[in-house]
Each structure stands twice: as C-alpha cells, then as structure tokens.
Design a protein around this ligand. Structure first.
Ligand SMILES: Nc1ncnc2c1ncn2[C@@H]1O[C@H](COP(=O)(O)OP(=O)(O)O)[C@@H](O)[C@H]1O
Ligand SMILES: [Mg+2]
Length: 307
C-alpha cells in the first residue's frame, strides 16, 4: 500500500518509527509536511500537490498533526479523505479532541468518569462558578494547551480567582476542575489502537510538580491496567471517534477518571516504558482500515489524469 505520514518533522522519533514500521511491512511510505501540501477543490474533484508534484494514489494517511497546525493540518487530512485515503483518525475527530471542553462534554455525555469541570464566560459569575466546583485546590486549564502547558494548580480561593481573572483578561478559553489529590501526581497513559489498549504506562510527576507529563519532567514506568481502566480508555477513544488515541486517566477513589484524549500521542515514551511495538500496531490497524469493506467507497477522483 501507499502510506503517507503527515508530520512537520521527518526526524521526530514517532514519525521515524511509523515510517520504519510501515516499510518493514512492505508498504511504500512518504513523510509529508502538512504545511507543504496544497490543494484544489472543485465539485467531485480533489487534487493535492506537494513541492510542485501531484500526490495521488495514497491509500492510507497516518496523521501526526501538532496542536499548532490543527486547522491547516486537518484541512489537508480532509482533502486526503475526500481523495479516498483512509486515516485511523479522521480529520473531524482530531478537531473534536483538540477542544478540551468539547471533549469533556462528549465523554460525560457517555457517562464516562472525569474530574468535575466548570466553565463560564462572565466575570460576574466567577463566585457562583467556583461555588459549583467546591473548595480548592482547583486545576485551571487552557482549552487548547498541550504537554502540561497552561495547566495550573490553584491551592486557595484567591489564587483560583486570580488565575481565572488573568485568563479572562487574555481572552483565553479555559476550564476549571476539581483537583484529584489521591492520584498523587500520577496518571495513566493508555495507548488505544482500534479496539485494544496496546500499551500503557504510569507517569509520575517530578518532585514539587503535580503535572505528570514527560515534557514536564515526569517519569514513566510500565503498569498493569484494571479491566475498568481498559474499558474506560476504549470507550473514551470510541466516543471521540479516534482509532489511535492516547487516553490519560487518573486513578481516583471513585474509579478511573478521563483527563484527556490525545489524537497524536507520542511513541517514544510509551514504547520505551512498555517495550511494545506501538508503531507496528498503528500501521497494521491502518492497513486493515484500508481493506475494510464497510468503509466509504473511494471517490472517483482517484486515478483521474491530471488536468
Ligand atoms: N484535575 C486534576 N487533578 C489532578 N491532576 C491533574 C488534573 N488535571 C491535570 N492533572 C495533571 O496535570 C497533567 C496535565 O493535564 P492535562 O489535562 O493532561 O493537560 P495537557 O493537555 O497539557 O497534558 C496531567 O497529566 C495530570 O498529571
Ligand atoms: Mg495530558
């Protein structure tokens, strides 16, 4: 099959591993920078070009679209979809997952556990809003932050109010959550591929830090998930419509709570901690998707000669 990996940087660990795993399985692979893909859109006819040449006949696209290029990156992916390529993570699902607020609403709508979350717009409502959440500590999160950036622990009411007011002043979208203290600075990264959690790790925040992100100095170790954790991770990925997802869970007194569902989860930490060939699992699932008879038939644009 012809695979394209959409990634801004061919040298990144995750990109290299995916390319390698696809080649090992006999596929032809190209790494494409989404920002160098350009397209033309006409009724029933979708074209894509890359550095002056036509791109056609791509069977599968593995998107690795960073948060900074969500908009353009998903437009490129959508064009590939319209040209008949299969992506384990559809463009619409990636956009949904990027919006934490929407993600929380969708997960809660399916009855999945998550930390109690509030949000509001008007400063006049801040006191009541904080009352809905209960006593601090509170966790305040920028809606589109990643890698622990823009996630703040406010230990007192005045700190919480101060951060909320500051974010409002910056016209930032954010949400406020109860702090799940019993997680003790640890979370679980469950790597979902299709209908399986193929690998998992426990991440522990460094000294003096509550965020367990590896980018924030967290350390990873292998972990055995409970049935409830596996079930929660699979349901969360399914609700978001993602075939490949990094579902982050907190272990709480009331069971697993979903923190977020990542649509471009990194491979380096999870492959190192779990010893699993996660890239191989993604490639195999993606190739399976291309062949699945139930998926939408290819559009007729494929294989048309150049205009
Ligand atoms: N409500 C919470 N209670 C306790 N810890 C939290 C809470 N929310 C986030 N954290 C910690 O902060 C980290 C980053 O939060 P997260 O929502 O995953 O944002 P990001 O998208 O930036 O990774 C989590 O991995 C977790 O360790
Ligand atoms: Mg996270």
């Amino acid at each position: 099959m012809k695979f394209a990996i959409l990634s801004r940087n061919a040298k990144l660990y995750s990109t290299q591993r995916l390319a390698e795993a696809a080649r090992e399985r006999g596929h032809v692979v190209r790494v494409l920078d989404p920002l160098r893909c350009y397209m033309s859109i006409a009724p029933g006819r979708f074209q894509m070009r890359y550095k002056g040449k036509e791109l056609a006949g791509i069977d599968a696209v593995v998107p690795r679209i960073g948060a900074s290029v969500s908009f353009y990156g998903t437009a490129v992916l959508r064009q590939f979809e319209l040209m008949g390529a299969y992506s384990p993570n559809p463009s619409d699902a990636i956009l949904r997952a990027r919006d934490k607020l929407r993600c929380h609403q969708m997960l809660a709508g399916e009855g999945l556990g998550l930390p109690l979350t509030v949000f509001g717009d008007n400063p006049d409502d801040t006191t009541d809003l904080m009352g809905m959440l209960g006593k601090p500590p509170h966790v305040i999160k920028l809606n589109e932050g990643t890698q622990g950036n823009g996630v703040i622990l406010a230990e007192t009411t005045s700190a919480s109010r101060g951060v909320i007011e500051a974010f409002r002043g910056l016209y930032a979208n954010f949400l406020v959550q109860e702090f799940v203290a019993e997680a003790k600075g640890a979370d679980l990264r469950c790597f979902v591929v299709g209908d399986r959690v193929v690998a998992a790790m426990r991440r522990q925040a460094g000294e003096g830090e509550f965020r367990s992100n590896l980018h924030r100095g967290g350390s990873a170790s292998p972990v055995e998930l409970t049935e409830a954790e596996i079930d929660t991770a699979l349901r969360a990925a399914r609700v978001m419509g993602l075939g490949v997802a990094g579902v982050d869970l907190l272990r709480s007194n009331s069971g697993p709570l979903v923190l977020e569902v990542n649509s471009s989860p990194g491979l380096e930490g999870i492959e190192a901690a779990s010893g699993v060939d996660v890239a191989g699992a993604i490639v195999e699932f993606t190739a399976g998707g291309v062949l699945r008879p139930s998926r939408t038939p290819r559009r007729r644009t494929r294989g048309l000669t150049k205009a």
